[in-house]
Design a protein around this ligand. Structure first.
Ligand code: MG
Ligand code: MG
Length: 252
């Protein structure tokens, strides 16, 4: 079921989104070679909980043990922070996080370079951000869910990169994953029509090579089947009369 949010609910999600945006900016400042993914998870959890009433959405969600998903290099999503996973110079780490505030969730992700990275890794991150921007821009009244995926896919494939199919964006609100699914590929005018008050987590997962995936033995971490790099950027966006409203990266 697709839920439409009231202005009051959008205001709460914007406040949660402000905390989440600040958390991801803090991660960009914190990430450096030698820290482990568990180290940055602890920094994020403490920061989220320092805001009255805010908790990390991921902790305990479907039994996930941490506040962040940290996915390094060929890992696409759902990597589990661990003190056994030091960040190495030249890697890229995707940091995915959610905040729960006053009964509502928000969801966002960014991919962060660890020290100096290759030109190809930089290009993959830049194109994935462009994919997210194109997807967000398509989240407007008169469009359908398929227009979002089509916009993402067009940018990714023009750059020669792959679009992950098995994992998709989603509606979000009082439950972390709500309808509709928001694929990163698709046809214009297909899928549910966008309506005022819909809140969508738009999250391109873009690969350097093939878009085929596999899941590791930990049953969480999803990696590229060919071992090539993947990047992930995400915002929670509200569909409004005035156009797409990004809730997880407010102005200022
Ligand atoms: Mg996410
Ligand atoms: Mg999401």
């Amino acid at each position: 079921m697709i839920t439409l949010k009231s202005p009051r609910e959008l205001e709460i999600m914007a406040r949660g989104g402000s905390i989440l945006g600040a958390t991801l900016r803090l991660m960009r400042e914190t990430v450096r070679p030698g820290l482990t993914t568990e180290d940055i998870d602890a920094v994020a959890e403490e920061f989220i909980r320092s805001h009255a009433g805010a908790t990390p959405s991921f902790k305990g969600l479907y039994g996930f043990p941490k506040s962040l998903c940290t996915s390094i290099d060929e890992e696409i999503v759902h990597g589990i922070p661990s003190r056994k996973r030091p960040l190495s110079e030249g890697s890229i780490v995707s940091v995915d996080c959610g905040v729960f505030l006053e009964g509502l969730h928000v969801d966002a992700a960014t991919t962060i370079p660890v020290g100096q990275v290759s030109a190809q890794a930089e290009r993959l991150m830049a194109v994935t951000q462009e994919c997210l921007a194109a997807g967000v821009a398509a989240a407007r009244l008169g469009n359908h869910i398929g227009d979002i995926g089509h916009a993402v896919q067009t940018v990714a494939e023009a750059a020669g990169f792959g679009v992950v199919r098995e994992l998709v964006g989603h509606g979000i609100g009082s439950r972390f994953h709500e309808d509709p699914q928001v694929p990163n590929h698709g046809q214009p005018r297909r899928g549910p029509a966008l309506r005022e008050g819909m809140t969508l987590a738009i999250e391109p997962m873009i690969t350097e090579g093939s878009y085929e995936t596999r899941t590791l033995a930990d049953k969480w971490t999803v990696v590229t089947a060919d071992g090539k790099l993947s990047a992930h950027f995400e915002h929670t966006v509200a569909v409004t009369r005035d156009g797409p409203l990004v809730l997880t990266n407010p102005p200022g």
